[in-house]
Design a protein around this ligand. Structure first.
Ligand SMILES: [Fe+2]
Ligand SMILES: [Fe+2]
Length: 497
């Protein structure tokens, strides 16, 4: 429901503090209320019990509740109750009751309020029944066996009061009636009101303080954990140099330290992995170079051809706008474009003069031979090299070999290497021919735009002609040195990637 750790913490803390403080406040409230109530109960029961002691049971027995004529006993007991009433201003009513067959009805047999009246009026007679259904102490006859007070304060038309009862018993212990004292409880009622209002105010303050404390504490406790979470996100993005700084000295600090140790180990493992990957790339590169070496082993002039084709292919691929990844792949595997020549017999491959048509047909097998050697390689680089082997003699108009593939059906790697290959072949000295001039070569390439070569690749080639010339000159001036430098540069670049 609540996903945030901070919100969960906030809710748990708030509920706990509110529960603990709420229960405490409630108990203090009850104690405050009951301390005064208990005192008042004792007082009212004491007055009722004392009054009972002043009443002669035999005199009480002589009063006939059904007879409205006032008897001496009635007047005597009424006087006595009146004395009790006027001696304590808090007493509202002092009277005696007897039970009837109906548990809800008791009957008045004496009442201080009748004092001074010699004859009971008809209204008095009507009022002689006292309906006690809402006073359990009388209804259940508890007050007829022992002194007792009402459980709590109650409110009637005369205000808030508490009642105390004490049984009037004869010599053998039979209950004749009950003395009842109604004591005003206005003071304690207003005190209870005061305590209730203040309890509510204190609880509201407690709620506000708990809320503030919950916010502060949940923030303080969750902050280091959120910090750890943030850092783990940074780590998952590959930043193993980031360390978690926690100021506390508790379990969260231990967790942060453990995470930091984990980051160190990950960093170490990542470095190790990077090193292994670099070694793997180097091994790949070495394997490619060795294969290229094998393909040109018989003829060093061809070896120089491979280096130049590699450099030109890269420059043209960049000018063409291929992504850097493709540019690197072309650079890496273009030296293998003539790998298939290892399957061509030496008497044809190394023939110093011009080839016969039959011999040329044999030479034309080298794209498929190279492709077959590499096509099932597990190395993704050699698989790309296979494509270059197969396609570098295809023509854009479909008149090339081995399959006469057309236009953009020829892989872009093949289209680029094809141009680099022809450019180098035309501008290089071969046993059977002198090198063609750059200007002448460029003219031929322009003429074959859209025929032999992809027009877009020709445009790219023309746009980077100056750079191609620079490379060509480098190789001519210092073929061996350039070869080594090129190789080293290529290794560095692959390792960086
Ligand atoms: Fe070739
Ligand atoms: Fe070639």
């Amino acid at each position: 429901m609540f996903k945030s750790f901070r919100i969960k913490l906030f809710i748990v803390f708030l509920i706990t503090t509110l529960f603990v403080s709420g229960v405490s406040i409630y108990f203090v409230y009850l104690i405050a209320l009951n301390s005064q109530l208990i005192g008042l109960k004792k007082t009212v029961v004491g007055i009722a019990s004392t009054t009972v002691l002043m009443i002669e049971p035999e005199e009480f027995r002589q009063i006939d509740p059904d007879n409205p004529v006032l008897s001496e006993s009635f007047i005597k007991i009424n006087n006595l109750l009146h004395d009790v009433l006027i001696n304590n201003p808090d007493i509202r009513f002092a009277y005696t009751l007897i039970g009837t067959k109906d548990p809800n009805i008791c009957k008045f047999v004496a009442d201080a309020n009748y004092f001074g009246r010699t004859v009971m009026s008809e209204e008095d007679i009507k009022d002689i029944n006292y309906y006690v259904h809402n006073i359990p102490e009388l209804r259940e006859k508890i007050a007829f066996s022992q002194p007792v007070a009402t459980k709590s304060l109650y409110k009637d038309k005369w205000g808030v009061q508490i009642s105390g009862y004490a049984p009037i018993k004869d010599k053998v212990g039979n209950t004749l009636g009950v003395v009842c004292i109604d004591l005003s409880a206005e003071k304690i009622a207003s005190f209870q009101k005061y305590v209730t209002i203040w309890t509510v105010v204190i609880f509201i303050l407690d709620l506000i303080i708990s809320l503030i404390l919950s916010i502060i504490i949940s923030s303080k406790v969750s902050l280091p954990i959120l910090k750890i979470i943030e850092h783990t996100k940074v780590i998952s993005e590959g930043n193993f140099k980031s360390k978690i700084e926690i100021q506390t000295k508790d379990e969260i600090k231990e967790l942060a330290d453990a995470v930091n140790q984990m980051i160190d180990k990950l960093d170490y493992m990542f470095l190790d992995l990077t090193k292994t990957q670099s070694e793997l790339k180097l091994t790949n590169l070495d394997a490619i170079n060795r294969l290229a070496l094998a393909s040109e082993y018989k003829d060093d002039a061809t070896y120089q051809h491979l280096n130049r084709v590699t450099a030109f292919s890269r420059v043209i691929a960049e000018a063409y706008g291929l992504p850097e990844e493709d540019v690197s792949i072309i650079e890496l595997v273009s030296p293998l474009h003539d790998l298939g020549k290892i399957g061509i017999p030496d008497n044809i491959l190394l023939k110093p003069g011009r080839l016969t048509d039959e011999e040329y047909e044999v030479i034309k097998d080298h794209p498929i031979i190279g492709y077959n050697i590499l096509k099932e390689s597990l190395s993704p680089y050699l698989k790309k090299a296979a494509i270059i082997c197969l396609t570098h003699h295809e023509y854009f108009d479909g008149t090339g070999y081995p399959y006469g593939t057309k236009g953009e059906d020829i892989h872009i790697y093949g289209r680029i290497v094809a141009l680099a290959d022809v450019f180098d072949a035309l501008t290089s000295k071969r046993p059977y021919k002198e090198p063609m001039s750059l200007e002448e070569t460029v003219e031929i390439i322009k003429k074959k735009r859209g025929i032999q070569f992809d027009p877009k690749v020709v445009d790219a080639f023309l746009s980077c002609l100056d750079e191609i010339k620079k490379y060509k000159k480098f190789y001519e001036d210092n073929p061996v040195k350039v070869k080594r430098e090129m190789e080293n540069e290529m290794v560095d670049r692959v390792v960086e990637e």
